[in-house]
Design a protein around this ligand. Sequence first.
Ligand code: PAF
Length: 279
Amino acid sequence: MLQFDTIAGLRQQLRSIRSTQSIGLVPTMGALHEGHATLLETARQENEVVVSSVFVNPVQFNNADDLARYPRTLEADYNLLDAAGCDLVFVPSVSEMYADSPLLQLNFGALETTMEGAFRPGHFNGVGIVVAKLFNIIQPDRAYFGQKDLQQVAVIRRLTKDLSFPVELIRCPTVREADGLAMSSRNRNLTATERTQATLLFRALTQAHKMLTGGHTTAQTKNAIKALFESYPAFTLEYVEIANADTLQPADEILAPGQTAICLAAHLGKVRLIDNLVF
Ligand code: PAF
């Protein structure tokens, strides 16, 4: 696996590759886990060359503590990338990616007025800027994102369309621990007790799914999930939403198969967890 820390070096390496081989990109912020390995393995199957990036993008953090606490495990990341068949990894510094703080402001309209966008102002502006930069630098044929960040996928899909990037986006299913907890880099920041408690998110999603398919309304379902979280004082529920999985707009009934998303975000200690279930 070749490692690059400059935009010029990576561009130079990819120039000749691009004319004859397909490129799959797996953008990451490091602290890699089995979920990332699955994205890399899917990219490996569908492309001749797999490129990944490891960059904790400061522009997408609206909270300095969250940025400071974000886990950084670069040596282990290299091992996972190598084992998963990554060919080239891009690990730029902040000054390499942002010689100047970007002046560009991206506004994703209704896609970012709910859920993550509403609770993390500026987050999708930062995600959009860094993903657009990576698409420009790497010019992949395909890019792979996890379903756990469902709203991120919708925003990047729209970014790709609006800016005519010739990139096919692939949404890969969320990878879960045996007890249902969605894999996330932030799980590393949970204490042992919190790690056990964290299964509440998946249990809540399962309960909401059962209620909706059992004939309860979206309002009844959301209220039951709010009550469930209130009975666990270790948690502060930020939102529970039932939405269209593509537009992220609130849905007041079950939509066509594969279109309804139940989405949650909650704080547990110092860790903010999100999860969703699409059916
Ligand atoms: O999902 C992530 O890890 C990040 O938001 C991404 C897409 C790598 C952009 O920094």
